[in-house]
Design a protein around this ligand. Structure first.
Ligand code: NIG
Ligand code: FE
Length: 415
């Protein structure tokens, strides 16, 4: 009996129940709301979900510890499917230079940019990296994130990339190999040689040792070309890794189309798309993961065309892109506020994109992202009476209680 927990009386229980695939079109707005709803947990799994009267009358619910959510919203924990959560010091000089109007190239020339994060990752021990990352993971959890993907990509040599992946996994993240994030100075002027080396040496090792679930590549102007990205992703796929791609963040060089052709699980960023690309993505199997935090922090104005993507039928997800260069936030509620205000997503679409579709972007749609019997007991109690208040009251944290795998992560405790 001890592993059972009942959350009862929710004014709005957002179940996000529905068909097995990612949500598209009108189904993205269907939160599967139960008024006066309850969830019965059995250890790390959900046992039952339904109206409070029915759930409380179940034999399995008799005498179990209960949390009263009367007047509140209960929903699945957020699935943050795109982060670079393991990093060194914050890039505060880059930040100030950018605010002064300096370009990406000028910042890099002054010793900033991704290269400065690489220096820290290479010199820090795994233990130091983990103890630097852990408070951010805790902060993310207190803002409602119960599943997080974590990329490598600040090591850019075999030892440091593997160190990052091990830290990511030790923190409980879904590890993604992003060796093709930037060119390390050892390969300066030789991007093809770097990709060849990643393909021949690092990807096979990472895959054999099961250090990553996904492989990701930064394919853009001033990053890796479409041809380089294709070579890298095809080798990763041949070693059993699932694919992601940083696509169309700054320029249209065919990265999104490449991801679609390779059946990448997700295409991430997508700020710059033409109509043909929107159609292609909408008809594809890939989840379109939008990252408005980076547009906001960089002070840019061109957000991903979420409205067109959704209206054309794409499976849209939202994530933080938490990283020290372009998106230093691990708050999913902030991302929801940006998605609504800047990309005209509805609150319901934003919530579905940040939960069930985030889970699909990690190939975890069968386990996470919704409140349904048999799924992971990952859920939130919000100190709010209507789910639309979540993006509306921006910049504050209204997550009152976080339950991950059936464990309460934060107090308040109940009777
Ligand atoms: O997702 N665009 C590439 N990578 C990151 C930024 C990484 C950094 O600046 O440290 C992104 O925005
Ligand atoms: Fe990113």
């Amino acid at each position: 009996m001890s592993g059972r927990l009942l959350i009862r009386g929710a004014r709005q229980l957002l179940t996000l129940r529905g068909p097995s695939g990612p949500r598209r079109g009108a189904s993205l707005r269907d939160l599967g709301i139960i008024e006066n709803g309850a969830v019965l947990l059995d250890g790390p799994r959900i046992l039952e979900v339904g109206p409070t009267r029915r759930i409380e009358s179940l034999a399995e619910a008799r005498g179990v510890r209960a949390i009263d959510a009367t007047g509140k919203v209960v929903m699945p924990g957020f699935v943050d499917s795109h982060t670079h959560l393991v990093f060194g010091p914050p890039r505060l000089d880059d930040y100030e230079m950018r605010l002064e109007g300096k370009s990406y190239a000028e910042i890099a020339a002054a010793g900033g940019g991704i290269a400065s994060s690489v220096r820290a990752i290479r010199s820090w021990t795994a233990a130091r990296l983990a103890s630097h990352a852990a408070p951010f993971l805790d902060l993310a959890a207190r803002h409602g994130t119960t599943t997080v993907e974590i990329k490598s990509g600040y090591g850019l040599d075999a030892v440091s990339e593997i160190k990052m992946l091990k830290v990511a996994a030790a923190l409980g993240g879904v590890p993604t190999f992003l060796g093709a994030h930037a060119l390390p100075f050892e390969f300066e002027g030789r991007p093809d040689a770097y990709i060849d080396w990643l393909c021949a040496e690092v990807i096979p090792d990472v895959a054999r040792r099961k250090l990553a679930v996904f492989a990701d590549v930064y394919c853009d102007r001033d990053a890796f070309t479409r041809e380089q990205a294709q070579r890298y992703l095809e080798v990763a796929r041949s070693h059993g890794l699932l694919l992601k791609i940083h696509a169309n963040q700054f320029a249209r060089i065919g990265a999104a189309a490449l991801g679609v052709n390779l059946v990448a699980v997700s295409l991430d960023h997508l700020e710059h798309l033409d109509d043909g690309e929107i159609q292609l993505i909408a008809r594809s199997q890939s989840v379109a993961t939008l990252l408005p935090g980076s547009v906001f922090h960089l002070g840019l104005h061109e957000y991903a065309p979420a409205r067109s993507l959704i209206d054309e039928g794409a499976a849209v997800a939202l994530a933080t892109d938490f990283n020290p260069g372009t998106s230093p936030t691990c708050s999913m509620p902030m991302i929801l506020s940006l998605a609504c205000a800047q990309m005209r997503m509805t609150p319901a679409e934003a919530i579905a994109a940040a939960t069930i579709n985030g889970a699909h972007a990690l190939k975890m749609g069968d386990r996470a992202g919704s409140l349904e019997a048999g799924k992971q007991a990952d859920l939130l109690v919000l100190a709010l009476g209507d789910y639309r208040e979540l993006p509306y009251y921006f910049g504050a944290n209204h997550v009152e209680l976080v339950i991950k795998s059936g464990e309460i992560l934060n107090v308040p405790k109940t009777g």
